[in-house]
Design a protein around this ligand. Structure first.
Ligand code: HEC
Length: 169
């Protein structure tokens, strides 16, 4: 019985020390500085980011967010290669219903709609330039919502942008 209790207690302590993904990145150097860095520095920074993903009991929304992050990074590569997707993963629509760790309100709903609209806009792009523009607009919506709700991943989200094309747009 004692041992059993200890296991449960241990589990709780581990859980408590990991559940701060929304805050844990907040101390990162300013995103402006990050944006100016080379892609070499980018990969260093990405390693740091891995730590913030080690959360013990993520919410449905947090899991969805991780998958959006991964899939949209893959999308970034496609778009840079001139491949415009015909659709986006349907499970992204769960942003409207997924259960979160914090209380969300109408502002969240409005921004979630905007995010989905921006995902759709990417599929409408006719050229690589339009694709890049639409992709960056989508990342901006991730960032707008994250300035309000969950600032930890903000720097990492800003680094998702396609920068190489920006001067031409
Ligand atoms: C409409 C608001 C909104 C939009 C848009 C949004 N997020 Fe989030 N995101 C949240 C909230 C709220 C959480 C916290 C969820 C929780 O802890 O339950 C979160 C959590 C996260 C996390 C942390 C997950 C974890 O491990 O705990 C990451 C990473 C993330 N979002 C990335 C993204 C990316 C990438 C995009 C765009 C592709 C995006 N988010 C778009 C609101 C948003």
């Amino acid at each position: 019985m004692m041992i059993f209790k200890r296991i449960i207690l241990g589990g709780c302590l581990i859980g408590a020390s990991f559940f701060v993904a929304c805050q844990s990145n907040a101390e990162e150097p300013s995103s402006e500085a990050n944006q100016a860095q080379t892609s070499e520095a980018e990969s260093d920074a990405n390693q740091e980011d891995e730590k913030s993903l080690e959360v013990n009991e993520p919410s449905e929304l947090a899991l969805l967010m991780r998958s959006m992050y991964d899939k949209n990074l893959a999308l970034k590569q496609d778009i840079k290669a001139g491949k415009i997707p015909e659709s986006f993963p349907e499970d992204f629509l769960n942003i409207h219903t997924a259960q979160a760790n914090e209380n969300l309100n109408e502002t969240f709903d409005a921004l979630a709609k905007e995010y989905i609209a921006n995902m759709e806009a990417i599929t409408q792009a006719k050229t690589t330039e339009e694709g890049v523009k639409a992709y960056n607009a989508m990342v901006n919506t991730c960032a707008s919502c994250h300035t309000i709700y969950c600032q930890g991943p903000l720097a990492k989200i800003r680094r998702m942008k396609i920068k190489d094309f920006e001067s031409e747009l």
